[in-house]
Ligand binder design. Structure first.
Ligand SMILES: Nc1ncnc2c1ncn2[C@@H]1O[C@H](COP(=O)(O)OP(=O)(O)OP(=O)(O)O)[C@@H](O)[C@H]1O
Length: 276
């Protein structure tokens, strides 16, 4: 794993640390004084209704959006004062399709290796390792346009970790995948963490994903970080039989029924299409 200059990572306790991190858009406070600590090697999930502030938080942590106030450090570096250092130590898997269908898996990985400034002498070794880790060795020379959704997602994860970042951000990593492909992605994310010790922060609208994949979860609602804890802890706070859906509903109040979760919207849209 790429190590920052010695002395540049003062606090390993929180590889992601925010203090009263706030972002406003005009009168709207999209993220409201969020203080969060993610531990090294954790898989941390951010959940919350549409508009809760998940993307805004990720954009600030990945240096794409400046905070209005407060501070954030990622891998020991301040997102405002040391953005280039932060970028060198993170990977980002966006929700939108990012692999190039006109290239093979190997070629996609080569593009990423160049983009992330992996030294030429190390590129082939890194690409082979990434293909192996994501179970794509047999598909290395195939065009990505013929890949399944799950294979594309695994390739995109491989691309985002080719420079072996300390922290990987994933925006809804399994959206649109069937349950089998979803589980395969979860397994590979766990494998990535086991092999490289990568700290992983995901956003998700899928409660089973948050429950099964994440060591801890943060529940955002209207810009505020309302709850943080292991899935079991959060459920136990509600009651002995509580599910994570119950936690979500409890924290977010009535908004889940009025605004609807992403899954609800998707299902509604799917059935609307089927009936049209
Ligand atoms: N560039 C922007 N300009 C104005 N308002 C914005 C901007 N970006 C986000 N917002 C607003 O900030 C709030 C938080 O948005 P954000 O995208 O962070 O939510 P989210 O939790 O990621 O939602 P979703 O689950 O739908 O992706 C929303 O009210 C959104 O409309």
């Amino acid at each position: 794993m790429a190590a920052p200059d010695s002395g540049d990572r003062p606090n390993e306790a929180g590889i992601i640390e925010t203090q009263a991190l706030t972002r406003s858009f005009g009168d709207l406070t999209a993220l409201d004084a969020v203080s969060l600590q993610v531990r090294p090697g954790e898989i941390f999930g951010l959940i919350g209704p549409n508009g809760a502030g998940k993307s805004t938080l990720i954009k600030m942590l990945t240096t794409l959006l400046p905070p209005t106030s407060g501070t954030a450090r990622v891998a020991g570096f301040d997102v405002v004062r040391q953005p280039a250092k932060v970028r060198a130590h993170i990977g980002y898997v966006p929700q939108l399709l990012s692999a190039d269908g006109a290239l093979t898996a190997y070629e996609n990985l080569l593009v990423s290796a160049r983009l992330y400034l992996v030294p030429p002498a190390q590129r082939a070794v890194r690409i082979e390792a990434a293909l192996k880790l994501m179970d794509l060795e047999d598909a290395a020379q195939r065009l990505v346009s013929g890949f399944s959704g799950g294979m594309i997602r695994r390739l995109e994860i491989a691309q985002s970790m080719i420079h072996e970042p300390a922290v990987l951000f994933m925006d809804e990593p399994t959206v649109g995948l069937d349950p089998v492909a979803r589980r395969a992605v979860w397994d590979h994310v766990r494998q990535l963490r086991a092999n490289l010790g990568t700290t992983i922060l995901i956003t998700t609208h899928l409660m089973d994903e948050a429950d099964e994949l994440c060591d801890r979860i943060g529940v955002l609602h209207a810009g505020r970080l309302e709850e943080v804890g292991a899935p079991q802890e959060l459920k136990a706070r509600i009651g002995p039989e509580a599910t994570l859906d119950d936690v979500f509903a409890h924290v977010t109040g009535t908004e889940i029924t009025t605004a609807g979760s992403y899954r609800d919207v998707r299902q509604t849209r799917a059935s609307a299409r089927a009936h049209s």
